[in-house]
Design a protein around this ligand. Structure first.
Ligand code: FAD
Ligand code: SIN
Length: 531
């Protein structure tokens, strides 16, 4: 089976849907997405979108906060772009019907770590759901947009599939579409297009503990890397300080906005410990807070710290954080009366497919935006609530470029069908789940918040074994989503480990005991690790 579109979008989160809406007046658009269309990290976003709205705030202040959080490894132009476009993309969502929380008729602006002003636009604590709702609604109403749910993108199609050798360094490779597994009939289909947008989100599932939903398996980065695109800054994986820690419960984020409202981190002795680590205390950037918690846990031997909101007005807590209140209550914790047990968990990948300011990857016709991309916005650490902003701004720039590109490009007619000769259905499925679990543990234990050369070497050796075993299994087995996701997670782990080993300094989210941070100033730090 073959589908053809002028524009192909892989992923239906905020980045993919924004791009789709912006190109839709210029040709047919196919959005493929691996589950139902709402399932994405976007849908679970809590805190909100950072944007300069308040009259006392300024673009300069948002710019500075972003650069400071990113240890100045950010691309200044990319940061300028998201900061300046912030109010426009917020207004666009409102025009589409998004209902953000208001206070006395004006947008209620929340506060999060690293921000020197209140600037987080939010819809209570379910901002992502509201964004996803309006974007999906708008896309559904456009006659040119076709959504293929339960279609899993497996491999980007380039000259490689036409028998030509493609390398990472040549400048003459093109993307013609993607091979997808239709998970409703288990058939591999070709989706061909003039321009392709990769908007597959992050890779939190590479770690044992993550705030990310199960779809976040780094498929886009792995596919782009295999297709020989350049990938950058993969060592910068952000750990969110406050993921709910309750035995048996699924991972659940306790938004940073809770600390923005006055929530206080406490250790097992009840002590508010952040004062020992940073003047900004509970509202220091995430890398600092997550490392502080890690340090507290190592010192105490305990497995979690606490977030305390008992001193806040209980009606306000329920009003501002209805979903957090309800979820914790259903798990037996009334947050207005009890401490919330929390631990850091893998949350956001700052690195990804290297793009320019128009979202172009190093493969012609392949664009990337949102969490899958490395656009230069985040540097060594993402400022809170800047990722929805990036995912709403960059696809718009990419759309302008892709419209021009598609006007000149043609859909290839000579793409071969997927070749699965020599593969069989095997019974060894347990190998996939075991290898996935092992990989997640390796990454958590050796490539987590605090790293060292020794730990990275150990992680590399063990991941290589998993790679060899999984590739050999892949070569003789019919494709399936769990198998493809495992391969992709291993590729992401490899890229994270390799980039981490390349960066011989502690900066931002990459902290190595072999390179004390005081020896690294942002002036002598490498901007980008490219693989
Ligand atoms: P996603 O929204 O993750 O969308 C990716 C899409 O790609 C999905 O539709 C997925 O199914 C699809 N996909 C993936 N692989 C394939 C494949 N192989 N084939 C087909 N489809 C595929 N950021 C903020 O700025 N503010 C916040 O308040 C905030 N809160 C967050 C809370 C949580 C719990 C989490 C997990 C993240 C939060 N973030 C927040 C981060 C932010 O939500 C994400 O970075 C952002 O939504 C990413 O958008 P995206 O469109 O790039 O990816
Ligand atoms: C949160 O609500 O704490 C998440 C915000 C973000 O990831 O930017």
């Amino acid at each position: 089976m073959e589908h053809t579109f002028d524009f192909l979008v892989i992923g239906s989160g905020s980045a993919g849907l924004t791009f789709a809406l912006d190109v839709a007046d210029h040709g047919s658009v196919g959005i493929i997405t691996k589950k139902n269309r709402a399932e994405s990290s976007t849908n679970y976003a809590q805190g909100g979108i950072a944007s300069v709205i308040d009259a006392n705030d300024s673009f300069e202040s948002h710019y500075n906060d972003t650069m400071v959080a990113g240890s100045h490894l950010n691309d200044p132009e990319a940061v300028q772009m998201i900061v300046r476009d912030g109010p426009k993309v917020v207004q666009r969502l409102i025009d589409m019907g998004a209902e953000f929380t208001k206070d006395s008729g004006r947008l209620d602006l929340g506060r999060e770590g690293g921000h020197s002003h209140r600037r987080i636009v939010h819809a209570a604590d379910i901002t992502g759901k509201e964004i996803e709702r309006v974007l999906i609604q708008k896309a559904a109403a456009h006659p040119n947009i076709h959504v293929l749910e339960h279609h899993f993108a497996m491999e980007l199609i380039t000259e490689h599939h036409l028998g030509k050798k493609v390398t990472r360094y040549d400048d003459d490779k093109h993307c013609f579409g993607v091979y997808v597994l239709n998970t409703e009939n288990n058939k591999v289909e070709r989706v061909l297009a003039k321009a392709t947008m990769l908007a597959t989100g992050g890779a939190g599932q590479v770690y044992q503990h993550t705030t990310n939903p199960p779809i976040a398996t780094g498929d886009g980065i792995a596919m782009a890397y295999r297709a020989k695109a350049r990938v950058a800054n993969m060592e910068f994986f952000q750990f969110h300080p406050t993921s709910l820690h309750l035995p048996g419960a699924n991972s659940f984020l306790i938004s940073e906005a809770v600390r923005g409202k006055g929530g206080i981190l406490r250790n097992g002795d009840g002590e508010a410990f952040m004062k020992y680590y940073d003047d900004r205390q509970d509202l220091a950037p995430r890398d600092i807070v997550a490392r502080a918690i890690d340090d507290q846990l190592k010192k105490s031997g305990e497995d979690h710290v606490f977030l305390d909101v008992r001193h806040l007005d209980s009606d306000e807590v329920k009003e501002h954080f209805p979903n957090i209140y309800k979820t914790c209550k259903s798990l037996g914790v009334d947050i207005t009366e009890e401490l919330i047990p929390v631990v850091p968990a893998a949350h956001y990948l700052c690195g990804g497919v290297a793009t320019d300011l128009s979202g172009r990857s190093t493969i012609h016709g392949l664009y990337a935006a949102g969490e899958v991309a490395h656009s230069g916005v985040h540097g060594a650490n993402r400022l809170a609530s800047n990722s929805l902003l990036e995912a709403l701004v960059f696809p718009r720039k990419a759309a302008t470029s892709a419209i021009d590109y598609a006007a000149e490009a043609e859909i290839r007619k000579d793409i071969p069908e997927w070749d699965d000769s020599g593969t069989t259905n095997t019974e060894e499925w347990v190998l996939i789940s075991h290898n996935k679990r092992e990989l997640q543990q390796i990454m958590w234990n050796y490539v987590g918040i605090v790293r060292s050369n020794l730990r990275l070497e150990r992680a590399f050796r063990r991941t290589k074994l998993l790679y060899q075993e999984t590739e050999s299994f892949y070569e003789r087995t019919k494709v399936s989503v769990p198998l493809c996701e495992l391969r992709n997670l291993i590729a992401n782990a490899y890229l994270i480990i390799k980039s981490a080993a390349q960066r011989k300094q502690s900066i931002g989210l990459h902290y190595s005991t072999d390179y004390p941070p005081e020896e690294t100033s942002h002036r002598d730090a490498e901007k980008i690790t490219m693989v």
